[in-house]
Design a protein around this ligand. Structure first.
Ligand SMILES: [Zn+2]
Length: 345
């Protein structure tokens, strides 16, 4: 009897060894870098606990000790989509596991905000327009329900943005709108808004804020020198020169967090889409929504105008991910969303 149990113990150990072996790397989907850093990285102290459970002479040999599956560290796979990302573009970092996990981490010096999904966690990351091109280290710490932690690492390729440089002339009566005393407080007010994170939109691609998509009159990421060179900055959104009064529609579900006149942005609206993702609409002639209001995709937000630091009727559409300005058009071209809902439209 003892011998039998000992043999069973050895068999159990063998099974465990097989289970905790190096997992095969899954086939790499085209646009996705997939790193499988399974439990093999961490020496597993697990099997030692199993055989030491001395076979007791009690009459309940069928009562198997602790379920072995929960003793193994979590299998965790880190994914970066896309593996090579442009300055000003959006990146999705996700970790999938065989059980519930929590994740935290950083890309370069930027802390990531992870959101839980089924046996997964994911983060949307805005790559700043001035992020250094080249390899950027990604480090993600994954913790399972038992508090066991493992660290997954990867590197993300940041691709330089071949943006243009233009010089802009601002009318004398609007020159004060270039001054840091004016631009600073307005930006600080919005930074406080962009830091809130509530899940609202569910990861489908965004639609255009204009029903009839017009060609952009100024692209995202353009480097602009305002007259005299007092202000040099990236264009943090995309401009559409369309007539005053043209309706602007919500590109995705969300909650209005700002709908008010500001000096630089004029009448402007910000929508919180959740997960640190915001969209903004500047220089409007009229506002049709109020802060706190939930909006559906396609709902009218207001109308195009030329209020604030603007030289003619146009819509400036901007998107921010955790405060970082990203290319809005990318959001209309691919679905960027929670793990498990990444499929395109
Ligand atoms: Zn603009």
């Amino acid at each position: 009897m003892r011998r039998l149990l000992w043999l069973a113990g050895v068999a159990c150990l063998l099974v465990l060894a097989a289970c905790s072996g190096v997992a095969d790397l899954p086939a790499l989907p085209r646009e996705v870098l997939s790193l499988s850093l399974g439990p093999s990285r961490t020496p597993t102290p697990v099997p030692t606990t199993t055989p030491t459970a001395t076979p007791t002479p009690t009459l309940t040999p069928t009562a198997t000790p602790t379920p072995t599956a929960t003793l193994r560290p979590a299998e965790a796979t880190l994914r970066v989509d896309p593996p090579s990302v442009g300055q000003g573009k959006t990146l999705v970092v996700s970790v999938r596991s065989d059980r519930a996990i929590k994740a935290r981490g950083a890309l370069g010096g930027m802390a990531l905000s992870f959101y839980p999904a089924d046996n997964a966690a994911w983060a949307v990351v805005g790559i700043p327009l001035d992020a250094p091109a080249g390899e950027m280290p990604l480090q993600v710490e994954v913790t399972d329900a038992q508090g066991r932690t493992q660290t997954l690492t990867a590197s993300v390729q940041i691709v330089a943005n071949a943006g243009s440089v233009i010089t802009l002339n601002i009318p004398p009566d609007k020159r004060e709108l270039l001054e840091p005393e004016v631009t600073g407080p307005e930006l600080a007010q919005l930074r406080a808004v962009w830091n809130e994170q509530t899940p609202l939109w569910r990861g489908s691609a965004f639609r255009s804020p204009l029903a009839n998509v017009a060609p952009a009159s100024a692209g995202f990421g353009q480097y602009r020198i305002f007259d005299g060179g007092a202000l040099r900055d990236f264009h943090t959104g995309i401009d559409y020169a369309v007539p005053s009064g043209t309706p602007i529609q919500a590109p995705a579900a969300g909650r209005v967090v700002v709908a008010e006149p500001m000096k630089v942005r004029g009448n402007n609206i910000w929508i919180d889409h959740g997960w640190g993702v915001y969209s903004g609409y500047f220089h409007l002639s009229s506002l049709a929504v109020e802060p706190g209001q939930l909006v559906k995709p396609g709902q009218t937000l207001g109308t195009v105008g030329t209020t604030g630091r603007s030289t003619g009727p146009h819509l400036h559409w901007e998107m921010r991910v955790n405060g970082v300005a990203v290319d809005p058009l990318e959001w209309t071209r691919r679905a960027i969303g929670p793990v498990g809902r990444e499929a395109g439209p």
